[in-house]
Ligand binder design. Sequence first.
Ligand SMILES: Cc1ncc(CO)c(N)n1
Length: 227
Amino acid sequence: MPNDQSNDLFDRLASGAAAEWSRYVDHAFVRGMGDGSLPEPAFRHYLAQDYLFLTHFARAYALAVYKGRNLADMRASLNGLKAILDVEMDLHVSLCAGWGIAEDELERTPESKATMAYTRYVLETGLRGDLLDLHVALSPCVIGYAEIGKRLAATPGALDDANPYRVWIAEYAGEAYQSVAASARATLNRLAADSLTPARFPRLLTIFAQASRLEADFWDMGLTLTD
Ligand SMILES: Cc1ncc(CO)c(N)n1
């Protein structure tokens, strides 16, 4: 449960932007994956866009490596970059293959406006801001999917063979992804200890709320098959 008295920066952000956060993690698309009622075309549309999303997200992590002030910062961001390129991307490509979507088809998919808006927002926030701004912009993605995966996995029936979305849920509820999210939380707290001031918090909250909104819009794009 988000808690605004917490020492955990992520908890403070999620509770400060509670409306945007819950629209994202409690979205109809998410509930439809949990009970298996999500229409297959919506999931396929989402999966192809998510491939493009992850490509840009890897670039945003590469920017975070560049923006590191020391080796500890650079290694933390490099681990995030490796988690996308070596773990999540492989899982994604094999998940797509299971749905009969080949990698060259993913490469040829035109990027939707929701994908462009979200990924370019994160990249632009990172370009103009510092490392803390960038990691705050990245955090709804990593920590949000871990939370969604964990919640869905705890829903009765979600991991049953009858649910076509069980592989997706198991991926994000799994230990590997949960530990990537735990590191992202720790990175935020380490950066906050160094450079968070009371005056800065509202600006970080704006970034966090905006990124959470764009995540919810990404689910909308999948659900409504929008270009
Ligand atoms: C849109 C979106 N947000 C977050 C994640 C988690 O990395 C993802 N794969 N896609």
